[in-house]
Design a protein around this ligand. Structure first.
Ligand SMILES: Cc1cc2nc3c(=O)[nH]c(=O)nc-3n(C[C@H](O)[C@H](O)[C@H](O)COP(=O)(O)OP(=O)(O)OC[C@H]3O[C@@H](n4cnc5c(N)ncnc54)[C@H](O)[C@@H]3O)c2cc1C
Length: 442
């Protein structure tokens, strides 16, 4: 590769905070720090607008967008999402839930967004609020020394720069820059799935207000998402177990079409639809978390720290919440070092809270007992309202859902024990499903 030192590189690049990655996490933290007058630089390896998967937002995200000052812009590109439709091969009916029925009724909707547009809005907003933002800058290495952190950066043309910063924020998403460097990234032993996805025009959608709802459809080898976007395109993806993806013997586009055919409801909705550009993407083995969330001069957030299965559309929201929580750690480190250790301890708790609460449900979402709960939701002791609040992302504030969440979990265990044979078979099946598979399954 043509790597050379440019005139630009010879200059000394300085900032107080250097943010690696201009996705939702990096852009949010950069905006908040810049708004408070901090000297912040954000480096993004790609150029916005760039493709990204992950298009369904949660209602609790709306307040964060409001605080960043971009709610109107996102609303203008978004498809209103008022709830979730569940489709199960074991049930003749379809189930519909609405966020308006959650514990807190003040956050009834979110949006489905094309991520290239959404991420660009957040990125440009950071610049508008005072962050110095650069695209086409890939961070290659972060070294920590007595004076701060020299950061080695590669430009699109292969040229190199070295930045010097007091503090590094790793928002590099699934590239997991620092976690790779620290060897602190661990594959989740309790979950293992892969995704294949594409976009369709002409898909048959729900009618009226429900048009923008996300649909989750279970099938034998995992589940599908159906996410209607505002421009008429519909994002469709399958999240499947490793054995299923590894057994693929045809090109990915063909495999995707064959997989869709295994779900009659989805096949029906796509009967007259066109796959945009005949383009299909795949992401394999993607649940992980890091053991290091922050240190004396760095913090990790969003996918750079942890990634959980996207069945509840939590990724963007968790990434942005991490950014809001991370501000305190950066400020304490730079302004009140005596408070930094306590701020880091709080932040580490915060980082683990979201993935843990969602994961309890993710690990069980294909279990027949849990599926019953989603297909026929009941509300004794407000368990349905609490679950909907969790699905809306209302897990960091003061909404008192946790007693009812515990009751829901107790009900789950009680029903599972009551159907011991079914539970045992589902558990055995899940153990097989999440195992790594090197060769095609028999
Ligand atoms: C199949 C699938 C479906 C999903 N569905 C949903 C969904 O419906 N709803 C939802 O909320 N979430 C979903 N997610 C998750 C969601 O996409 C992520 O959680 C979210 O994008 C995390 O934001 P982030 O800012 O941490 O990382 P990203 O959005 O990945 O941003 C990271 C940025 O850093 C840049 N970067 C990486 N390395 C470097 C480097 N070395 N130097 C400079 N820049 C760098 C990248 O180019 C990127 O722009 C899904 C994920 C997958 C895989």
């Amino acid at each position: 590769m043509n790597q050379h030192v440019t005139a630009e590189t010879a200059a000394d690049f300085h900032c107080d905070v250097l943010v690696v990655g201009g996705g939702p996490a990096g852009s949010t933290l950069s905006t908040l720090l810049a708004q408070a007058g901090r000297d912040v630089v954000m480096l993004e390896k790609a150029h916005h607008p760039r493709f990204h998967i992950g298009e369904s937002l949660l209602p609790a995200n709306v307040a964060l967008l409001e605080q960043l000052g971009v709610r109107g812009e996102v609303e203008a590109i978004g498809m209103p999402k008022w709830g979730v439709e569940f489709v199960s091969p074991q049930h003749a009916h379809k189930a519909y839930v609405e966020f308006a029925d959650a514990w807190d009724k003040t956050m009834p909707y979110a949006w489905q967004v094309r991520r290239s547009d959404f991420d660009e809005i957040l990125f440009r907003n950071a610049a508008a609020k005072g962050a110095r933002t650069f695209e086409g800058r890939r961070v290659r290495d972060v070294a920590f020394d007595d004076r701060g952190a020299p950061v080695s950066v590669e430009l699109d043309d292969g040229a190199r720069q070295t930045w010097r910063t007091k503090y590094v924020v790793d928002a590099s998403g699934r590239d997991t820059l620092l976690a790779q460097q620290f060897k602190s990234k661990h594959k989740n032993p309790r979950h293992n799935s892969s995704a294949v996805y594409g976009h369709f025009t002409g898909a048959k959608r729900l009618a009226g207000k429900m048009e923008g709802n996300i649909t989750i459809m279970w099938f034998e080898h995992g589940w599908f998402w159906f996410i209607p976007l505002a421009d008429g395109t519909t994002s469709v993806g399958v999240v499947c177990w490793p054995y299923y993806l590894k057994a693929r013997s045809v090109p990915l586009v063909e495999f995707f079409r064959q997989t869709i055919a295994l779900c009659p409801e989805l096949a029906g909705r796509l009967a007259d639809a066109q796959l945009v550009g005949d383009e299909v993407h795949a992401t394999a083995n993607y649940s992980y978390s890091g053991s290091i969330g922050c240190g004396e001069r760095y913090l990790l957030l969003g996918d750079a720290y942890a990634f959980i299965d996207p069945v509840f559309s939590s990724g963007v929201y968790l990434a942005m919440q991490n950014a809001f929580a991370g501000v305190d750690v950066v400020n304490a480190t730079l302004d009140r070092p005596e408070r930094a250790a306590a701020a880091r301890a709080r932040y580490k708790k915060h980082l683990d809270h979201g993935p843990r609460e969602f994961s309890w449900f993710i690990f069980r979402v294909t279990n027949p007992t849990m599926r019953e709960f989603f297909m026929a939701p009941q509300n004794p002791m407000r368990v349905k309202e609490a679950l909907l609040s969790l699905l809306a992302g209302d897990i960091y504030g003061k909404t008192p859902i946790w007693g009812s969440v515990r009751i829901l979990k107790a009900l789950y265990y009680a029903v599972s024990i009551g159907h011991f044979g079914r539970t045992w078979r589902a558990w055995q099946r899940r153990r097989l499903n999440i195992r790594d598979v090197e060769a095609p399954a028999p």
